[in-house]
Design a protein around this ligand. Sequence first.
Ligand code: C5P
Length: 222
Amino acid sequence: MSIVIAVDGTAASGKGTLAKRLAQHFGFAHLDSGALYRLTALAVLEAKGDTQNEADAVRGAQTIDFNRAGDPAIRTDIVGKAASHVAAIPAVRQALLDFQQDFLARPPGGSPGAVMDGRDIGTVICPGATAKLYVDAAPEIRARRRWNELKSMGIRRAEQDVLNEINARDAADKSRPVSPLKQALDADLLDTSDLGIDAAFAAALALVFPKVDGALKDRHRG
Ligand code: C5P
C-alpha cells in the first residue's frame, strides 16, 4: 500500500497549491484530478460536442491527452464550468476511476506516496487514504483570490461575476447525486479564509504530518 494524502475542497480554495507543496515536502507524486475533468471537457468542446450529453462526454474522457494537463486552455472559467457538467455524469467518473486509483496504488517514479486533490478523493477514490484534508474558505475570499489570479494573467473580470461562478460551481458539485463534494467524516477541515499561502501550508502540514510520518516509519520497519 502506498501512502496517500487526499486533499478535497471547494473551487479556488487553494487545495491544488497545498497538494503540490505537500507532495514536494514528502517527495510524493502529485495528481490534480480536476485536470482530468477539465481535459475531458476540453476534448468535448474541441470536438464540438455537448458537455451534458453522456455519449459525447464519455468519448471525451476516453480520449483525453494527459500530456496537456499543463495546457493553459484547460484553466479558463468556461472549461471549469464545462468540467463541472461532465463530472456530474456517472459514466464519465467511472471512465476516469481506474486512472486515479492506479496512480495512487503505484505512484509514478517509484515514489512511496501520492497526493491527489479534487472533490471525491477522500470519499470515493481512496476512502482508506492515510491522511485527508478538506480545504475551504469564505466564497468572497476565494473569489478575490481568483480575481487577482486572473488579473495577473491579464484577464479583467467583474469580481461579482467571479463570485457568482464560484458559488454556482460549488452548488453543482455539492448537489450532484454521484460523488458529490462533501467533507469525509475522517477528514480534517482546513479553513484558509484568514491564511496566506505559507500559513495555510504550515497548517496543512501540521494536520497531515503525524499520520504520514507514522506511515513512513511503519514502511521502514516493515
Ligand atoms: O478542481 P477544479 O476546479 O480544477 O475542478 C474542475 C471541476 O471538475 C470541478 O468543479 C468538479 O466539478 C470536477 N471535479 C470532480 N471531481 C474531482 C475533481 C474535479 O468532480 N475529483
